[in-house]
Design a binder for this molecule. Structure first.
Ligand SMILES: *Cc1c(COP(=O)(O)O)cnc(C)c1O
Length: 505
């Protein structure tokens, strides 16, 4: 392939270069044209501004175009397939948005008297009800603002329960394949983190786990389905082994999308689990957020749930804001301003009610089917990291790229030129050159087929000795291959127009 041409304007096709708003226009061109008010009396006691305010001076069309072009630079789930494994980037139904914007929900103020927001409290309560029903758990703390925040709350309830028992436990066990937030959470709660190895089947090595379990272990944090896209087939034994030494079973429920309506986490023996509403229940994330990470809890842990929470008494919804309101409770206190991500509760509830129990069950089945379809159709050119079927995401290793001079990174960059957002790369860490692909249930067969054919063509080109072309990818984007090492080691954090060419490619 020849070096892509540089255009005179610097634009590439209809993708336009975008200067910062402060570099555009001039103050005389501001789109405001108001007469100076007559008889103005200065009431600022001499503190009025003396110099120009420094705002960019642009006309309305310039402003509209600037922000429209910026918005188009953000690849998103509304643009195309977003197969990032572990992220569950699925379609955000527009019905959710419509419901969240209803004036009675969207225009509330969190400090309104409880008597005026009964409907909103009912939304929180009903959303909680669905989450408890789907997980089989007796309680849920709704306020955590993301999965990682849910992990923190879950582990804090575990720590409180252990302290209440008068015990001291210092360690938390986390599988090698865990999402980075798991060890980070355990560390933040003051625990020493110890890794549990995986077996050749990509699951927790039960014997290795048993060997590490003793009365010094506060909790195990296990993701199920795990980050290799596999169901932990020994999960019942894992739970029993943890409970036998008095440890708690924290389940990372970020992958709940694979099992909704099919497996109830309570039946697996878990003590608490966060649910990412922004993954499983279709609320936006990845730029569109915010996230929301409610944590389901056993009755034992529910005593420590954070404030506030909603209860329903003879048809009226109450907001419990003080521990003293419930003599049995030993709440952690507040972990978030107000009542959690209310807008996400409305979206998640709209989704659950639109889908119904049967629809939710079908969605998890379709998510698993789609991932297995990709695995089945690519396994002659890419090597699945583990034998057997997967759950909602499939992980390939880089065995088939060996000796081609093309790495997982090169393949991902080449996918960008082909119009696909790359899959998750190099995670989970236990898989060499990992490519973790999660299509979700919302992609059509045509989209999956084009992705599969594209991936197949790229791998065949890599094997045909076209490594040099891969090393230049992406070639068709406004910015080409970035020097990621230099960007990490010598970040340029201040805007310098002169450095743009150097920074770009
Ligand atoms: C996404 C994810 C998390 C963290 O959730 P956030 O909402 O991003 O904080 C934790 N564990 C796993 C397995 C995940 O995929």
């Amino acid at each position: 392939m020849s070096e892509p041409e540089r255009t005179f304007s610097g634009h590439r096709g209809l993708q336009l270069e975008e200067a910062l708003i402060f570099e555009q226009g001039s103050p005389e061109r501001t789109a405001v044209d108001l007469p100076q008010p007559a008889n103005r009396v200065d009431r600022l006691g001499g503190l009025q501004r003396r110099s120009a305010i420094g705002l960019p001076g642009l006309s309305e069309p310039e402003v509209v175009r600037h922000y429209t072009r910026l918005s188009q630079k953000n690849y998103c789930i509304d643009s195309g397939l977003y197969p990032l494994g572990s992220c569950t980037m699925k379609h955000n139904p527009r019905l959710n948005e419509k419901v969240a914007r209803l004036p009675g929900l969207g225009d509330l103020h969190p400090l309104q008297p409880v008597s005026t927001v009964q409907g909103a409290l009912e939304v929180i309560h009903t959303c909680a009800h669905w989450l408890m029903t789907l997980t089989g758990m007796p309680a849920v703390a709704m306020s955590p603002a993301a999965g990682a925040h849910g992990e923190l709350v879950g582990l804090m309830t575990i720590r409180a329960a252990i302290e209440d028992r008068g015990e001291r436990r210092a360690r938390v066990l986390v599988p090698e394949s865990a999402h980075g937030t798991n060890p980070a959470t355990a560390h933040a709660c003051g625990y020493a983190v110890e890794a549990i190895p995986a077996n050749a089947r990509g699951r927790v090595d039960l014997e290795a786990l048993r060997a590490k379990l003793d009365t010094d272990v506060a909790a195990i944090m296990v993701t199920n389905p795990n980050t290799c896209g596999l169901f932990e087939s020994d999960v019942i034994e894992i739970a029993a082994a943890a409970h036998a030494v008095g440890a708690f079973f924290y389940c990372d429920g970020a992958n709940f999308n694979a099992i909704v309506g099919r497996v109830r986490p309570a039946d697996l023996g878990i003590d608490c689990m966060h649910i990412n509403l922004h993954k499983t229940f279709s609320t936006p994330h990845g730029g569109g957020g915010p996230g929301s990470g409610p944590v389901v809890l056993t009755a034992e842990l529910a005593r420590y749930a954070p404030l506030p929470y909603v209860v329903c008494e003879s048809g009226r919804y109450l907001l419990i804001e003080h521990g003293a309101d419930d003599p049995d409770a030993r709440p952690l206190g507040r972990i978030k301003g107000f009542h959690g991500q209310f807008g996400m509760f409305t979206r998640a509830l709209a989704y659950m009610m639109a889908m119904g129990a049967d629809g939710l069950r079908q969605a998890s089945g379709d998510a698993v089917l789609n991932a297995n379809y990709i695995m089945a159709r690519l396994k002659d050119v890419l090597h699945p990291a583990f034998p057997g079927p997967c759950m909602h995401e499939v992980v390939f290793d880089d065995t088939t790229l060996k000796d081609t001079g093309v790495s997982t990174l090169d393949l991902a960059k080449a996918l960008i030129d082909e119009g696909f957002h790359p899959m998750t790369m190099y995670f989970p860490l236990v898989v060499h050159g990992a490519m973790l692909i999660e299509p979700t249930e919302t992609e059509s067969l045509e989209t999956l087929d084009l992705f599969i054919e594209t991936m197949r063509a790229l791998v065949l080109r890599a094997k045909a000795g076209e490594a040099a072309a891969f090393h230049q990818a992406p070639r068709l984007t406004p910015r080409r291959r970035l020097d990621e090492t230099a960007a990490a080691r010598r970040p340029v954090l201040r805007w310098q127009p002169a450095a743009i060419d150097k920074a770009a490619e």
